[in-house]
Design a protein around this ligand. Structure first.
Ligand code: NI
Length: 192
């Protein structure tokens, strides 16, 4: 089932999300629905607050990005295989040089900006069966995780822009919260 995606301005996108336990109701169904919702909106990552749930869960599938011609064969292969559910994740360490990558967000349609973040990270999380993993990521995979992880911390990529950029985008962001935007997927706007 495709769920409406929460738009910029909704308080759920600003809350620090809570951990869940294995008895969380209909978890498998929620994960399926989140994938379906993400694919329908052509996204590569979707966090639970973006479907209105303040819980520490996000899904990623970077397969569409693996076809980018600028990628090295190794990067392309990594991204193609990068489909995963992260439950109760904690980024334990970020390392490497900061680099710019052009980010967008399904909750903030039509805005894309370069965001600077560290290149690598170590993350501990649980999978769908609540088995704990600790893994290291870099490049675009790390970038997708950082963006989605921010969502469960109540942070949006626009928060990371310069004061000047923020001022320029202010009106556009307000319009998004009011639903004054054309978007090809189902959304829920807080200020309509
Ligand atoms: Ni996002």
């Amino acid at each position: 089932m495709i769920l409406p995606i929460t738009a910029y301005g909704d308080p759920v996108l600003r809350a620090k999300a809570a951990e869940i336990s294995p008895d969380y109701p209909k978890l498998k169904e929620l994960i399926d629905n989140m994938y379906e919702t993400m694919y329908a909106a052509s996204g590569v990552g979707l966090a639970a607050p973006q479907v209105g749930l303040s819980i520490r869960l996000f899904v990623v599938d970077a397969t569409p990005m693996s076809e980018d011609e600028d990628l090295t064969p190794t990067e392309a292969k990594t991204l193609k295989a990068f489909k995963k559910v992260f439950i109760n994740p904690t980024i334990v360490e970020e390392s490497g040089k900061e680099w710019d990558f052009n980010e967008g967000c399904l909750s903030i349609p039509d805005i894309r900006e370069d965001v600077s973040r560290k290149s690598a990270l170590k993350i501990t999380y649980q999978d769908e069966d609540f088995k704990t993993h600790t893994e290291v990521y870099d490049g675009i995979s790390a970038r997708i995780i950082q963006h989605e992880y921010d969502h469960i911390e109540g942070v949006l990529f626009t928060d990371k822009l310069s004061p000047f950029k923020k001022r320029i985008l202010k009106g556009k962001l307000l319009n998004i919260s009011k639903g004054k935007i054309k978007v090809s997927y189902k959304m829920r706007f807080p200020n309509v």
